[in-house]
Design a protein around this ligand. Structure first.
Ligand SMILES: [Zn+2]
Length: 167
């Protein structure tokens, strides 16, 4: 086999080259498609992991009023009547994504249609966790990134916490 290969080395090389040139576009296209698909899959996975944290916040706050307006959370509404609302949004402060001081039960209508009601949220937040912790949230601008292993750990951590809450 080895001898055969040595004898035909050039031929094999030529053949591969020819094949590659003929199929270049196809190879490129499938690898691009694979890349995009994989990127989406990764994004989706990350999202799933972050959902655990939101589920925990909602469970933690289910007996509390809405963080911004003080009205009762619509606990029994279909699909869950309230959100895990962030004080500093995940878009503008992604490093606070898992900071439990930054997320609280909030009525959907306040979270989605009231622009998060930042001013009222702050007032409610001070009432709930105190000014010092609110100010430390506001001062926290250190970027943070989580790799896949860390995200897995975070998900497990929240699974545990949820279990304890639901006991
Ligand atoms: Zn509200």
């Amino acid at each position: 086999m080895k001898n055969w290969y040595l004898k035909n080395k050039e031929k094999v090389k030529d053949f591969r080259k020819k094949w590659y040139l003929e199929n270049k576009e196809r190879v490129k296209k499938t690898s691009d498609e694979w890349y995009l698909k994989n990127k989406e899959r990764k994004k989706e996975k990350r999202k799933q992991w972050c959902l655990k944290n939101k589920e925990y916040i909602r469970e933690r706050d289910k007996a509390q009023p809405c963080i911004c307006c003080g009205k009762e959370l619509a606990r029994d509404a279909v699909g869950g009547g309230y959100d895990c609302g962030h004080y500093r949004s995940v878009g503008s402060a992604p490093h606070l994504r898992f900071n439990e001081d930054n997320a609280h039960g909030q009525r959907k209508v306040c979270n989605r249609y009231g622009g998060g009601r930042a001013v009222d949220y702050r007032i409610g937040l001070i009432k709930r966790i105190g000014l010092a912790r609110v100010e430390s949230l506001e001062a926290d601008n250190e970027p943070k990134k989580w790799d896949i292993e860390q995200l897995k750990e975070i998900k497990q951590y929240y699974n545990q916490k949820l279990k304890q809450l639901r006991k």
